[in-house]
Design a protein around this ligand. Structure first.
Ligand code: ADP
Length: 813
């Protein structure tokens, strides 16, 4: 810049601040413009206007485009840039960086004479030590010389860099907002309370099913809301519009798409704007689809309720330990269990509530869980220390949380009362121990039994053999392999070595010893399951065997017993019995014949004794008569004995013919026969329910005749005999019997003689007081044996006797 030594004074260069001064001091004389006093009028006027204007102005003058500018323009050149050198400088030299942009504009203005207008045009310039992007709104207009020719270009300009940048920023933040709205899938709405219309983004309109791109009446949107929400939303909008402090609006409601019926829960947020008259001029905001959120909130709510319930049902308690502050908090149940009075106890205090025996284990488990993430879980069971109370067992499961630095800061978990399980486990352990004992005992017993069985098997005098089935591929049973056999079995088949014997099959053995092969019999037994007993005579050995075989699992068990000795004894016995029977028959025949034959001499003794008595008549003295009487008595007794023996020999033969016998009738017949005795003794005989039985009529009559006559005979001297018959049915050894009892009120006898009285010729009472032969009750017994019945008696001296007769109903009915 060329500066004159002293400020020159020109009236047209007055004022203009710094630039006015610089222009005045500039050494114009050394430029092509020349000294100001030589300037044409139009230059003077233009520069004067320029310096005095508050609007930024710049002038290029002359063909070299010498430059002038004012204070208002000066800031646009920045610091450390073109100012102040630009003053008086050639345009081309001053703006080399943009000369290409601006010189065509100069040409345009020069040629057309028309001014230009550029708005927010980027024209980078060098200032502030660097090339800066600078925006301008400017106008170029032609300045004419005194002759009206184009002489320069006046630039009125305004730097709009800040405005452009602000606009740019605004756009960017708008873009960011739009992006955010897109990204967060928000709907936006803008309501004009004056027109009652609102606009919204497409998303919101889609949700509401409203026409895209139009302003909408608010009521249309309200109608889309679920009926139960409409009133509430309308009210909230009304309230917000009335709240002149610019109240916030936040409400959740459901919308139902009018076409698809799809339901959405939305959350509307917004704000009302008020002008200085406190009138709302705008109400806008966003709408968020919170369906999923509400759903998941609901789910979380439900889950947490479920959790609460589960905790309640499972009888769980909860705890949380703030490891940083060493404070524990717990649910009510935990407080009750431990007996805590307050929240926030430290860990050491809490561990004091644990049973001393378990404390160290619990503390170790918890300490371990805070060492690292991998060990963060703990599961520990312990007893509470509550002296005087049944120990409560608790199980604590928990997890320790670690912060980013890997430091444990919290422990949460649940506690379960496991007293019952522990009790059951204890009982289980006890019963398991008891069971093991029993198993051991049983095993021992079994071992003893096995040893016993082994010795029974090996010492058995019978051969024992278990053969297991050998089947072909179709399952047909062919043969048997020996699984178990004793020495006796091997010996029976002529094997001296049990091992060798056991290695053979049943068929092989039979073949080898040349015995009759009974393998097929065994097969039949296994297939049919029917047991078999075979008595087998080995002709060559001259011995008898019993082979009894049963099916056992898939095989047979057979025992083979040498019964040769028994067989021989049986033969001997049989021939002895035959011999006995023969001699019995002979004896009976003899007894019968003898009795018959003996009756005749007795009758003769009677006859001749009476004749002798009559003949001697008065000649005989008392002594003789006594002797006669004794002879007659003895003969009488002899006769009775012979009668009884005859009877006995009759009943000794089993009756061949059975018939229905009405026992009531039998008793009537008996009492008729004994009528004289009955009347003589004034005896009373009663009967009750006497049955009709199958039997031998005559023998049954003999039976009852003997019993009744005994009842009359063994009566007490001054007491009239009472004989009571009662009867019924009964079971003896599970067999049905008629039971007939005869109870008398006679002299009775000691119970110890109950068997003896039924033996033949056996008598308890002397013949002087009670006549008899001792045969009657043996006849009774014999008759009952013939009828497969039996007799019992109960008696004691002076108490009478009670005889009970049992006759099988099947045999006798
Ligand atoms: P006896 O001919 O002697 O009567 P029994 O064989 O009929 O022979 O009886 C055997 C013995 O049983 C009798 O001698 C008597 O001592 C005793 N006896 C039998 N019936 C009765 C009874 N009803 N009361 C007491 N004793 C009896």
């Amino acid at each position: 810049m060329k500066i004159a030594m002293k400020e020159s004074f020109y009236p047209f260069l007055q004022g203009g601040g710094e630039m006015g001064q610089l222009t005045r001091c500039f050494d114009w004389a050394n430029t092509v413009v020349g000294s100001p006093d030589q300037w044409p009028q139009s230059l003077r006027t233009t520069v004067s206007n320029l310096l005095r204007s508050k609007f930024p102005m710049f002038l290029w003058w002359g063909p070299d485009m010498i430059q002038f500018y004012n204070d208002a323009y000066r800031p646009s050149l920045g610091n450390n840039g073109k100012h102040p050198y630009a003053l008086g400088q050639l345009g081309k030299e001053c703006w080399p960086e943009i000369w290409d942009i601006i010189s065509p504009l100069h040409r345009l203005v020069e040629i057309s004479g028309e001014p230009t207008w550029m708005e927010d045009q980027l024209v980078p310039i060098y200032r502030n030590g660097k090339i800066e992007d600078v925006y301008w709104t400017f106008s170029y207009s032609s300045v004419l010389d005194d002759e009206g020719r184009h002489a320069g270009i006046l630039v009125t300009c305004n730097e709009t860099t800040e405005k452009v940048l602000n606009l740019k920023k605004l756009k960017e933040s708008e873009d960011a907002l739009r992006f955010a709205i897109e990204a967060t899938e928000l709907g936006t709405w803008d309501y004009d309370p004056v027109t009652n219309k609102f606009s919204a983004n497409n998303r919101l309109k889609e949700w509401f099913g409203l026409p895209i791109g139009k302003e909408i009446d608010l009521q249309l949107a309200i109608n889309v809301m679920a009926e139960e929400d409409r009133q509430r939303v309308t009210e909230a909008i009304k309230q917000t519009l009335l709240d002149e402090k610019g109240g916030q609006y936040r409400i959740e409601y459901t919308i139902i798409h009018p076409a698809t019926g799809k339901k959405r829960i939305v959350c509307a947020k917004g704000r009302a704007w008020f002008n200085s008259d406190k009138k709302c001029y705008r109400f806008n905001g966003t709408l968020q689809d919170v369906t999923e959120q509400v759903k998941s909130n609901k789910e979380i709510e439900e889950k947490s309720q479920e959790l609460q319930l589960a905790m309640q049902v499972a009888d769980l308690g909860m705890f949380r330990i703030d490891l940083v502050r060493d404070k524990a908090t717990y649910s009510q149940r935990v407080m009750d269990w431990f007996g805590f009075k307050e929240q926030g106890l430290n860990l050491q205090t809490v561990s004091g509530y644990v049973h001393p025996d378990d404390r160290e284990r619990v503390v170790t488990a918890l300490e371990h869980s805070v060492t690292s993430e991998e060990n963060s879980r703990h599961d520990v069971t312990y007893r509470l220390h509550q002296p005087g109370r049944p120990g409560r067992y608790l199980r604590s499961f928990g997890k320790t949380d670690f912060n980013k630095e890997g430091k444990a800061y919290r422990m949460v978990g649940v506690i379960q009362d496991v007293s019952e399980q522990m009790l059951i486990r204890e009982q289980l352990q006890q019963s398991e121990a008891a069971l093991q004992n029993r198993v051991a005992e049983r095993t021992h017993d079994l071992q003893v039994q096995k040893t016993l069985l082994d010795s029974v098997v090996s010492n058995s005098t019978s051969a024992l053999l278990y053969g297991e089935s050998i089947r072909d591929e179709k399952g047909r049973l062919l043969d048997f392999r020996i699984v178990l056999a004793n020495d006796k079995a091997a010996e029976l088949f002529g094997f001296s070595n049990i091992q060798e014997f056991s290695s053979q099959t049943i068929r092989q053995i039979h073949k080898r010893v040349g015995a009759e092969d009974i393998t097929d019999l065994y097969i039949h037994i296994v297939e049919s399951g029917e047991p078999n007993i075979l008595v087998y005579q080995d002709a060559s050995l001259q011995r008898w065997f019993t082979i009894s075989t049963v099916k056992l699992r898939d095989g047979f068990l057979t025992t083979c017993t040498d019964i040769t000795e028994t067989k021989l004894l049986q033969y001997q016995l049989e021939s002895a019995i035959t011999e006995l029977k023969r001699s019995n028959a002979n004896l009976e025949e003899f007894a019968h014949a003898a009795s018959h034959d003996l009756k005749e001499p007795i009758r003769k003794i009677h006859f001749f004794t009476r004749q002798l008595k009559d003949h001697l008549g008065a000649h005989s003295d008392g002594k003789d008569m006594k002797s006669f009487n004794r002879i007659e008595d003895a003969a009488q007794r002899m006769g009775n004995l012979i009668d009884d023996l005859l009877q006995y020999s009759h009943v000794s033969q089993r009756p061949h013919q059975m018939e229905a016998v009405d026992l009531a009738q039998t008793i009537r017949d008996v009492t008729e026969d004994l009528e004289i005795d009955i009347q003589g003794k004034k005896a009373v005989i009663t009967t009750q329910n006497l049955p009709v039985v199958r039997g031998h009529k005559r023998q049954l009559q003999q039976l009852f005749q003997n019993l009744v006559s005994n009842g009359l005979k063994y009566s007490k001297p001054d007491v009239a005999p009472v004989l009571e018959f009662t009867a019924g049915r009964t079971l003896e050894n599970n067999q049905p019997y008629y039971w007939i009892s005869l109870k008398d009120n006679g002299i009775g006898f000691e119970q110890q003689y109950e068997d003896r009285i039924f033996q033949i010729f056996s008598r308890l009472h002397g013949k002087a007081e009670y006549s008899g032969t001792g045969v009657g009750l043996s006849i009774v017994k014999k008759v009952l044996e013939n009828h497969k019945g039996f007799i019992r008696v109960e008696s004691s001296p002076g108490e009478g006797a009670n005889f009970s007769i049992y006759l099988p109903t099947r045999e006798s009915s």
